[in-house]
Design a protein around this ligand. Structure first.
Ligand code: ADE
Ligand code: ZN
Length: 340
């Protein structure tokens, strides 16, 4: 059998920060258009900064660069370009994170952000049959009051959202701080997810599940430090949205060969592969599938299972999930993947 094409494998992207898709070229285009100075001389100079030592070193650059995003059109253009790259790599459903506190703080209206991203998602649904939705992430290294305030703005536009999440600097900011915020979001009918166990301990994963009632865990790789938690995740079919290239670039793991993804899969955990901040970490979702497949020796059947996991864990209507699972079956048949 020839190597199956992992780009064409239909898949859902469940862990993607739209601000993390801002490629250096577009950052400079928007900086010119909006007359915002960037502290870099050129596209190449900006790209040369992408050498991170940990999560915080990345976040410093991520927040500085997103400063160029100002208008509804900026958010629409950013999302259009992401969706183009994503569909070229097999994405059929995309649940997109955004960080509104960072934008509202410099005067961007909440509506401009959700309308811009929403317009691009609507175009992709109409023109390419790509489905998706928006997940508002609270910045855990900002105050709880700030999170409550952005949630108040969001609740006026609750139909524009599918869920809430929790991101930014993890260590020292346990999920339990945001219990009341998540209670309020869930009471409004929003799904809940949370970054946990990226750099932080396994106990943050348990807390996100128990206290925030998170339905999926973003990253979650430190679960491997707690075998009972791994068992629990497998039994309860809780999905982890793992981002392998991100973990290597932010030095959460030494290299892909040492990535806990294989151990988690073998323990029966519902693992998915995602891209996190692809403009910064050297690859979009298909690139993550290929890199993991090469480093961990995934079989085509295992890659297919990862794609099935992503569809099963998506916050999409059941008929959409059934249709996408059929597409994955079709891919397997065409690629001659042995189904045992
Ligand atoms: N915001 C954007 N990317 C992130 C990551 N990998 N972890 C936490 N917050 C983030
Ligand atoms: Zn993330």
């Amino acid at each position: 059998m020839t190597e199956p094409d992992l780009f064409s494998l239909p898949k859902a992207e469940l862990h993607l920060h739209i601000e993390g898709t801002l490629e250096p070229g577009l950052a400079f285009e928007l900086a010119d258009r909006n007359r915002i100075p960037l502290p870099f001389e050129s596209v190449d100079h900006l790209a040369s900064q992408y050498d991170f030592t940990n999560l915080q070193s990345f976040l410093d650059l991520y927040y500085a660069t997103m400063n160029v995003l100002r208008t509804e059109d900026d958010f629409a253009e950013l999302t259009r370009r992401y969706l183009k790259r994503a569909t070229e790599q097999g994405v059929r459903h995309a649940e997109i994170f955004f960080d509104p506190q960072a934008h509202v703080a410099r005067g961007v209206p909440f509506e401009a952000i959700v309308d811009g991203i929403g317009a691009a998602l609507a175009e992709a649904a109409r023109d390419q049959d790509v489905s998706g939705g928006l997940i508002l992430c609270f910045l855990r290294d900002h105050s709880v009051d700030s999170a409550q305030n952005i949630l108040t703005a969001a609740l006026d536009r609750v139909d524009s959202l599918i869920g809430v999440g929790l991101d930014s600097a993890e260590v020292g900011y346990p999920p339990s701080l945001f219990a009341a915020v998540f209670d309020r979001a869930r009471a409004a009918g929003l799904h809940a997810v949370a970054h946990a166990g990226e750099e932080g301990p396994a106990s943050y994963i348990s807390q996100a599940l128990d206290v925030l009632q998170a339905e999926r865990i973003d990253h979650g790789i430190r679960a491997v430090d707690d075998p009972r938690l791994v068992e629990f995740l497998a039994e309860e079919e809780i999905a982890l949205t793992v981002c392998p290239l991100s973990n290597v670039r932010l030095r959460a793991v030494p290299d892909l060969a040492a990535h806990p993804l294989r151990a988690l899969m073998d323990a029966g955990v519902r693992v998915t592969i995602n891209s996190d901040d692809p403009a910064y970490f050297g690859g979009y979702i298909g690139d993550n599938f290929v890199a993991v497949s090469d480093a961990l020796g995934l079989t085509a059947l295992e890659a297919m299972r990862l794609a099935q996991n992503s569809v099963e864990a998506a916050f999409a209507p059941l008929d959409r999930k059934v249709a996408l699972l059929h597409e994955i079956d079709g891919w397997a048949k065409q690629a001659g993947v042995p189904l045992t």
